[in-house]
Design a protein around this ligand. Structure first.
Ligand code: GLN
Length: 450
């Protein structure tokens, strides 16, 4: 705890750090582990420290979502994933810094200041789960939970040189996750190895009646299969043509191509495939995600949730509370989303984007139906950029997720695995994607890089 305390200050990975509470929790957890041992119960994460993104409800803990609007909000209950982690014996090592309400790609939208990339402190860690990825990369904890709406687990994992995975939509409960884009959000693991990510995934995955979008279907633990995975013989890998275009940094392209060669050497058959509608994914995402934001964030009004700014009239109170509480990016998105949903524009924006989403989903389905097992692309078009470099250019920032958003729009699982560094030593990663609920294949494919 001492070492973590010093390092997290330097990198700003944490929003909430209560050392006494952590030591207390560790001791309580110890009793629990001893009791489990006596009862001959195996706890998969007994005594393992984990950093949790600050948008997951954890009873008695402040949950700020990176926003000063929620600076003193305390959670009255546990998210399902937190309940599962407690039962698995994990110890919570503080709350990870994040972009406000998970909106961002660089962790520069946090009310608590930016996180620094542990590989090079003048660079961003990626976002929005930047604190989670940086904490794991800096070895402050072996595991972290992040959330991914358009790439927020995979892109920071890529920038920091760790493994990050977004499960299939519906695989992991969203109960107790503060909603951003409810049709896109998933909670997922960040770890230093594929094997560890699989272990954490096994703990958090599964049906939850408290989440109406949770999938009620059989699930096979993955971690136990890892030792049996030797090669990729018999698998067909699809290289997504559209992800190797002009926007891609040269050394990212080279390293990802080498990563594909590794799969070929492991026995996989490699084919190039095309997803013709994928080029619309960023535009489509920013219509849909902002629409969901405008609806989901209406609960932060100074009455139900959020710091209140007192005023004589109710309307002025709402206005003052929201103006004061939300940061710039969040306000921008609420306005964009409200516009896209408003009468007269709904058909041109929201409705159209919903249809484009279906075309993108169909593109993925067609490729998988043609016999491709695993799709491959870079995780991000560039390596981690310098702090402050893209803060004034929303579009440049939004393009950081050009390769990751497709998996959220179509719901499929995806993983980012480190595959080298650029000339400055900054990490590069390859992304794998598989059909819905084929996390087994996803981890198997990723395991060739272990
Ligand atoms: N960077 C994307 C955005 O700003 C994705 C965020 C996320 O996945 N939470 O919306």
């Amino acid at each position: 705890a001492d070492r973590v305390e010093i390092n997290h200050r330097d990198l700003n990975t944490h929003i909430n750090w209560d050392k006494a509470a952590i030591i207390d929790a560790a001791e309580k957890q110890n009793d629990y582990i001893v009791a489990a041992k006596k009862a001959k119960k195996l706890l998969p994460l007994a005594g393992v420290p984990i950093v949790v993104k600050d948008n997951l409800m954890t009873k008695g803990t402040t949950v700020t979502c990176g926003s000063k609007f929620l600076k003193s909000y305390r959670s009255p209950y546990d998210a399902t994933v937190i309940e599962k982690l407690r039962a698995a014996g994990a110890i919570f090592m503080g709350r990870a810094n994040m972009d406000e309400f998970a909106m961002g790609s660089s962790n520069e939208n946090s009310a608590w200041g930016p996180v620094k990339n542990p590989v090079n402190k003048s660079h961003v860690p990626g976002g929005s789960s930047g604190g989670s990825a940086a904490a794991v990369a800096a070895h402050l904890a072996p595991l972290a939970l992040g959330t991914d709406t358009g790439g927020s687990i995979r892109q920071p994992a890529s920038f920091c040189g760790v493994v990050g995975m977004k499960p299939s939509y519906g695989r992991v409960s969203r109960y107790g996750l503060v909603a951003f884009g409810s049709s896109l959000d998933q909670v997922g693991p960040i770890a230093t190895t594929v094997r560890d990510a699989a272990l954490l995934y096994d703990v958090i995955a599964g049906h939850d009646p408290k989440d109406s979008s949770s999938a009620n279907r059989p699930i096979e633990p993955i971690h136990g299969l890892v030792n049996r995975w030797q090669d990729l013989e018999g698998h067909r890998i699809g290289i997504i043509e559209e992800c190797f275009d002009d926007g891609l940094q040269d050394d990212v392209k080279v390293k990802v191509q080498q990563a594909i060669e590794t799969m070929r050497r492991a026995g996989a058959e490699i084919k190039t495939v095309s997803l013709p509608h994928l080029k619309y994914s960023v535009a489509c995402y920013y219509v849909l995600a902002t629409a969901e934001v405008s609806s989901n964030l209406s609960r932060f009004d100074g009455v139900r949730f959020g710091e209140r700014q007192d005023h004589e009239s109710l309307e002025q109170m709402y206005l003052a509370s929201r103006s004061e509480g939300f940061g710039k990016e969040v306000k921008q998105r609420i306005m964009l989303g409200t516009f896209g949903l408003s009468s007269g524009y709904y058909n041109a924006y929201y409705d159209k984007a919903t249809r484009v989403r279906e075309l993108i989903r169909q593109d993925f389905q067609n490729v998988f139906d043609s016999g491709i097992d695993i799709l491959v692309s870079p995780t991000a078009p560039t390596t981690a950029f310098e702090l402050g470099k893209k803060t004034r250019d929303s579009l440049a920032m939004y393009l950081s997720d050009v390769y990751t958003i497709g998996a959220n729009l179509s719901g499929i699982p995806a993983i980012s695995v480190p595959c080298g560094t650029d000339q400055k030593g900054l990490p590069i990663a390859v992304q794998l994607m598989t059909p819905m609920f084929r996390e087994d294949l996803l981890f198997k494919g990723a395991y060739v890089y272990e």
